[in-house]
Design a binder for this molecule. Sequence first.
Ligand SMILES: O=C(O)CCC(=O)C(=O)O
Ligand SMILES: [Fe+2]
Length: 214
Amino acid sequence: MNELYEQLDFVENPLFEKVIADISDRHYSVVDNFFSAEEVVSLRNSLLQKYEADRFKKSAIGNRTNEMIEKEIRGDFILWMNENETNEAETTFFNKINNLVNYLNRTCFMGILHKEFHYALYPEGTFYQRHLDTFENDDRRVLSVVCYLNDQDWDNNNGGELVLYLDENGSEVEKRLYPLPGRVVIFESQRIEHEVMRVNSSERLSVTGWLKTR
Ligand SMILES: O=C(O)CCC(=O)C(=O)O
Ligand SMILES: [Fe+2]
């Protein structure tokens, strides 16, 4: 009986339907204004507060320990989020992400059981070389989700674009996406190689995460 009610309850969400259609057509989706301007400001302030409290760590790559090599590959600083210990901005953030996850699971059986998200800050001059998000041998990562928290007046000359390397009929095509506030980019972790271009000026702020099976 409960199941029947659940199905009757179901309300189609055009935004989430678009994400599903995009991903099944071309393996990625870009959603502008997924987060409102106010939500971006709150989450950015939360990020900056924790960054200033020295809670971020230099990102690492797999098992590699040579810091010189790492700097050549990625230059961001990160802090993992804990869903069991959230402030107001993070609660709102996880509510929205969970709505999306529930919708995906209900409508297209992606079987997402876990997720992991971290804040990221790219100082001026840093980048993240071309990679696949499964390089840590984590084949449980199904979808990568990147949420940008930059200022409203973010200038495209600041650099820091996300470049997705797509396959179009056997040839490689670059899709260049600016890290605009409120924008969320979702792509198949196992399939799409991507890169963060050098940040020319300012700091580039985001939350990045993975939706995982098992
Ligand atoms: O910030 C982005 O646009 C992408 C970040 C990324 O590729 C990663 O953290 O694996
Ligand atoms: Fe990545």
